[in-house]
Structure formats: structure tokens, C-alpha cells
Design a protein around this ligand. Structure first.
Ligand code: GLU
Length: 446
């Protein structure tokens, strides 16, 4: 249910952003949470803070021409949505995936504003990407695409302006090509213009692991709040990309057993616990599909084309993509005894799924809290670049864990303060919103 004032704001979001359904979904979820804040803080409505937050400060759309290995020309579309810079330079990743269009970039950028606010670090919110499909492309094609993309993007970004990073389809390799082209065009070694860099040229320890590790730390806190822990728990992690792999690694270190993971072709069930070395070999080195894992591991089933959420578990960590847990999946998870969800991906649960989990008393950690470890560690990378320093793995991981504990505590306290104890969605949205709103009020009408 939407507060009356918010209903008309939501209507105008629908009207002004036609067809952008993922953005509508992300906006509605935040608007549903912040009703009670308006009662306590009439100044936000008076200054039209919410209307302003829903309108990106700047949206850039550009052509990305490139040539494949056969000399054929391709044209993709590039995006950067600079959503909100009240707390710091725009910060958020780049996604290269054929599903990318303005609505996806805006949903991600919108989420990023509150996620980044919640970290307590000085970063605004933005997101970008392209409908380029890296699948099946050679290394040289990827490099040429990244160079062409940056040849336009470079004029819009900068250490104090906008700091991209990776997301789906953009990892350390792509960040390297993007940074290389930025450096070449600008003739500036501006390390903090992009994060997720390799360790040999200004990257930070733990950045690669941070989203997955951070999500596991967050779930550990949720379990602690319920008087339990990962020890002996049966866990399902969807996906097998960067977030999923390091979520699995940390869950295993914390004593949980991850029995299933997936890719877009299907999922594997491995009752002994996922063999992480084999998974890394198959996914990160050989770039094969999930059935190759089952074949090599032996005595493991590969299930093609079905939802991984039919696998019963006590903890689920959706770490693949948006809207991967439907209402039906949520019902199956609840029936299977699931008590906690940690969203490693951005918005992986549909609104119906969230409602089902909350009504069943499942601890539900939304992405903007549970997966904030990635962007938080990006902010630590910027901090190390600014001081020309580099921290150890142990120190960086400790910082990440403290940040996740802090976010967890803030979500719980805020939810409690607003009369919704245990509601992490409300806690995350309200706390993130208030941080941004207070900064916007202080900066005047800009
Ligand atoms: N793409 C990641 C996210 O969704 C990380 C962004 C960053 O490090 O800037 O938060």
C-alpha cells in the first residue's frame, strides 16, 4: 500500500518512464517503505525530495560501434545514468548483457542510491552498461568493444564526478581495458576513476570477493539475530558468476553446506557440497556450462531448464539476476524449510516473492543491504587510490565484515524505530533514503 502523497509520485514515475518496468518495480518498493518517514519529517515532502530522487540528475545514451574478428561492423547502445550525487561522486557498475536497456540501467541506478547511502561511505548512485553480449566473443573483440565504449564514456566520468565498476558481464578483464583506454585518451593515471581494477595497477584486495563474501557476512548476522548460525545449514546459491562463487566460498568457511548452484542452462545438486575448485576451473578458467561440472564431479545431477528454487534448503542466496525468485519459487522455498534469504544479486526477488517470505517469517535480506559489500569495497579501493596506499587482504576483509555488520545493525534498528521489527526491506530503504534526503536538504535546491 502506498501513502497518498506517494501514490501520485509513483503515478508520475509511471507516466514519465513508460515501459521501464524494472525501474517501476524498484521505485515502488522504496516508495512503499518510506510512507512512515514522511509523517516524522514533513520537510522532505515540502522540498520535494522524493520527486527529485526519482528523477536522475543526468542520463547519457550513446552509440558504440565496433568491429568483430571478421571485420564486420556492429552497433551497440551504451548507457550511463547519473542518478544522485548528494553523498559523493556517482558510483555504480557497468552491465554488459543483451537484456540491458534504459529501464534496467535505471532500476540498478535507483537501487544503487540507497545501497550506497546505507554503506555510510561518501558515494552517490549511478549505473551504466550496454546491450552488448560478451557470450562467445573473443578476447580481442571484448577489448575493442571496451575501447569503443570508453571512447565516449571518458568525457562523462572522473575521480570526483562518476566512478564506474563492474556488474554482470564486466569483470576485472573488462575493467582493465576500460581503464587502459581512459588513461590513453586523457593522458592521466587517474586510478580512482574506476574500481574493480587488477592488483597490478591500483586494484584493492578483496574487491573481487567482496559482494559474495559480504552477502555471506550479512546472512550470518541475520542468522545470529535468530539465535542460530551457518553451522551445518543446507544452503542454495543461484548463479555461478563472481557473486555466487565467493558467496559459496565464504558460506563454506562459515560452516554451511552449499548443495546447489546454477547458470542459465540449469542447476546442479551436489549433496556433498559444491567442489569450489572444480566450479572455479569450469566457470572462471574454461568458461563451460554447468553440465560440465556434473560430468567431471560424478554422482551429481544436472537439471536442465528448471528453477533451482525447487531444491529444499534452510538458506537461499539468489546471486544470478533480477526477478529470479517468483511467488511460486518463494512458496516452494518456504515449504522446503527456508528461514533466511540473502540477495547477492540486485532485485532477484519479485514483489510477490518478498511478501510471501515476510509473511512466513523468513529473514529477508534485500540486495541493497545484503550485496552492498561490493560497492563498499569499491569505496575502500577509491580510498586506497587517493592515499596511494594498499591494504592487506586480512585488514580489507575485516573492514568489509565490519561494514556488513554495521549495515545489518542499522537495518534492524531503523525497522524497529519505525514499528516494523525484523523488516530488513523497510530498514534498508528508510535508512538509505534518510541519508540521501538529509544531504539533499543541506545542499539546497540543485
Ligand atoms: N555492480 C555492483 C553493485 O551492484 C558494484 C558497483 C561498484 O562497485 O561500484 O553494487
Amino acid at each position: 500500500m502506498l501513502h497518498e502523497k506517494l501514490e501520485s509520485i509513483y503515478d508520475s514515475v509511471l507516466r514519465r518512464n513508460p515501459g521501464e518496468i524494472e525501474f517501476h518495480q524498484a521505485a515502488r518498493e522504496v516508495l512503499e517503505s518510506i510512507g512512515p518517514v514522511l509523517g516524522k519529517h514533513p520537510e522532505y515532502a515540502e522540498s520535494k525530495i522524493i520527486e527529485r530522487i526519482c528523477e536522475p540528475e543526468r542520463q547519457i545514451i550513446f552509440r558504440v560501434p565496433w568491429e568483430d574478428d571478421q571485420g564486420e561492423v556492429h552497433i551497440n547502445r551504451g548507457f550511463r545514468v547519473e542518478f544522485n550525487s548528494a553523498l559523493g561522486p556517482y558510483k555504480g557498475g557497468l552491465r554488459f548483457h543483451p537484456s540491458v536497456y534504459l529501464g534496467i540501467v535505471k532500476f540498478l541506478g535507483f537501487e544503487q542510491i540507497f545501497k550506497n547511502g546505507l554503506t555510510g561511505l561518501p558515494i552517490g548512485g549511478g549505473k551504466g552498461g550496454s546491450d552488448f553480449d560478451p557470450k562467445g566473443r573473443s578476447q580481442r573483440e571484448i577489448m575493442r568493444f571496451c575501447q569503443s565504449f570508453m571512447t565516449e564514456l571518458y568525457r562523462h566520468i572522473g575521480e570526483y564526478t562518476d566512478v564506474p565498476a563492474g556488474d554482470i558481464g564486466v569483470g576485472q578483464r573488462e575493467v582493465g581495458y576500460l581503464f587502459g583506454q581512459y588513461k590513453r585518451i586523457t593522458n592521466r593515471y587517474e586510478s580512482a576513476v574506476i574500481t574493480g581494477k587488477g592488483l597490478s595497477y591500483g586494484g584493492a584486495q578483496v574487491r573481487t570477493e567482496a559482494t559474495g563474501y559480504g552477502c555471506a557476512f550479512f546472512v550470518e548476522e541475520m542468522l545470529k539475530a535468530r539465535g542460530t548460525s551457518f553451522d551445518g545449514k543446507r544452503v542454495v546459491v543461484s548463479g555461478s558468476g563472481n557473486v555466487a562463487v565467493y558467496a559459496i566460498e565464504k558460506v563454506q568457511q562459515l560452516g554451511g553446506t552449499v548443495v546447489a548452484c546454477s547458470d542459465s542452462s540449469g542447476y546442479v545438486i551436489d549433496e556433498k557440497g559444491i567442489d569450489l575448485d572444480l566450479l572455479k576451473q569450469i566457470k572462471q578458467i574454461e568458461h563451460l556450462r554447468m553440465d560440465a561440472y556434473a560430468r567431471r564431479r560424478g554422482e551429481v545431477s544436472f537439471v536442465a531448464g528448471r528453477s533451482i528454487w525447487e531444491v529444499p534448503c534452510e538458506v537461499a542466496m539468489p546471486s544470478a539476476t533480477q526477478n529470479e525468485i517468483t511467488g511460486k519459487d518463494a512458496e516452494a522455498l518456504v515449504r522446503g524449510g527456508c528461514i533466511a534469504i540473502g540477495e547477492g544479486a540486485n532485485m532477484p526477488t519479485t514483489p510477490e516473492g518478498i511478501r510471501i517470505f515476510q509473511e512466513a517469517g523468513v529473514s529477508f535480506g534485500p540486495g541493497k543491504a545484503a550485496n552492498a559489500g561490493g560497492v563498499a569495497t569499491s569505496a575502500l579501493e577509491m580510498q586506497q587510490n587517493a592515499s596511494r596506499d594498499s591494504w592487506t587482504f586480512e585488514f580489507s576483509e575485516r573492514r568489509l565484515q565490519e561494514i556488513m555488520q554495521d549495515i545489518h545493525g542499522r537495518c534492524l534498528n531503523t525497522a524497529e524505530e519505525y514499528g516494523m521489527p525484523g523488516n530488513y526491506v523497510a530498514g534498508a530503504n528508510i535508512d538509505g533514503f534518510k541519508r540521501v534526503a538529509d544531504a539533499m536538504l543541506a545542499l539546497g535546491l540543485i
